[in-house]
Design a protein around this ligand. Structure first.
Ligand code: SF4
Length: 350
């Protein structure tokens, strides 16, 4: 177990101590072996009602063409991933609050469950409790909602303070998801402007408090049409890309040691930064050895994939590349099992 002082001193230095990675790898091997669970990620829409200051999909970005995938296209994607032997899909979109959207989501979950028996992860923002319950009762079992920053004071550095951007509601939604019965995934952005080790420590503490089934953290990557990009243009400093990459790897190792059993994602943002400096298999090897055990190749159609522009130069995380990269990194890709986290089995089969 790592103490507060040990974590803070790890966060203050740029190096990743060899014994931290060795310990994380030991825990990873004990709980997850060398397995890496694959989830097919489908980004169904880049429409969003929010205006997060770090995100290129923010509603104020008028330079972005918006899309909404129809059911026919989705059926074709489901067929494709089924043929590739995927059993787990993740459906993601910006935060859309409308009856029409909710009805569409219900159709998607019904189709994914009844026809394909996929295990379904949703990542659709802070939806009302009623629709979250409906989607759960139709068969969705996992929900990813990153809190992004752990304290209200910092939350409003990166978000407006209004009805649509409420720290309280974000945290409340995470507890609502747990109460409904979802396997909850959460996480935060690594290396935002104004970040420091103490802030990161608070992010870690909140994860420990929430005890999620899945952790998804990703390095901050600027996007041109965002409020934070304007600040960077004015001279606000952030860690360089390589340091943000290694800080993210270090945090994965810290989480693997602290929490042991949740699934941890090797995020596309992490891979985007890492592959600027290293071949893909090396990036995956860093992430998996540190403790990541989930990866999410993107199956959004290529035209729309380019429009899901959360940040600049997003890595095109294709199935074949990730599958081969995982093997070359000496880990084992797993598609035909749902890949529930150990924390889920411990909770349900005590
Ligand atoms: S981070 Fe999510 S909620 Fe915020 S603007 Fe981007 S897509 Fe919308």
């Amino acid at each position: 177990m790592l103490s507060k002082n040990e974590i803070l001193s790890l966060l203050k230095t740029k190096e990743i101590p060899k014994d931290l990675l060795e310990e994380a790898y030991k825990v990873r091997k004990y709980y997850s072996g060398r397995y890496v669970f694959f989830r097919a990620l489908i980004e169904i829409s880049n429409i969003c009602q929010k205006a997060c200051f770090y995100c290129g999909v923010n509603r104020e970005n008028k330079n972005l063409k918006r899309y909404y995938i129809n059911l026919e296209t989705l059926k074709k994607i489901f067929e494709k991933v089924k043929n590739l032997k995927y059993t787990s899909v993740a459906i993601q979109s910006g935060e859309i609050i409308s009856k029409k959207h909710f009805e569409f989501l219900k159709k998607i979950v019904t189709l994914a469950k009844s026809k394909y028996n996929f295990e379904i992860t949703l990542s659709l923002g802070e939806l009302p409790k009623k629709i979250l319950k409906d989607l759960f009762s139709l068969g969705a079992r996992r929900y990813l909602l990153r809190f992004e920053v752990a304290t209200p004071k910092r939350y409003y550095l990166y978000h407006y303070k209004d009805n649509l951007h409420s720290y309280e509601n974000r945290i409340k939604t995470l507890y609502t998801l747990k109460e409904i019965g979802y396997q909850v995934g959460t996480g935060f952005l690594v290396g935002l402007p104004f970040d420091n080790p103490l802030n990161l420590y608070k992010d870690i503490r909140l994860i420990q408090k929430l005890k999620p089934d899945m952790i998804g953290i990703g390095p901050y990557i600027p996007q041109k049409y965002t409020k934070l990009f304007n600040l960077l243009e004015k001279g606000v400093k952030i860690l360089n890309e390589k340091d943000r990459f290694f800080l993210n790897i270090k945090l994965i190792a810290i989480f693997r040691i602290l929490l042991k059993t949740p699934n941890i994602v090797a995020s596309t943002a992490l891979i985007t930064l890492g592959t600027k400096f290293f071949p893909l298999e090396e990036v995956l090897n860093f992430a998996f050895k540190a403790g990541a055990n989930v990866i999410m190749p993107v199956f959004t159609p290529s035209k729309e994939k380019k429009l899901y522009a959360l940040y600049e130069n997003k890595y095109f995380s294709e199935h074949e590349k990730f599958y081969d990269g995982t093997l070359k990194a000496s880990f084992i890709p797993v598609l035909e099992r749902y890949g529930n986290p150990i924390s889920y089995y411990i909770r349900n089969f005590k």
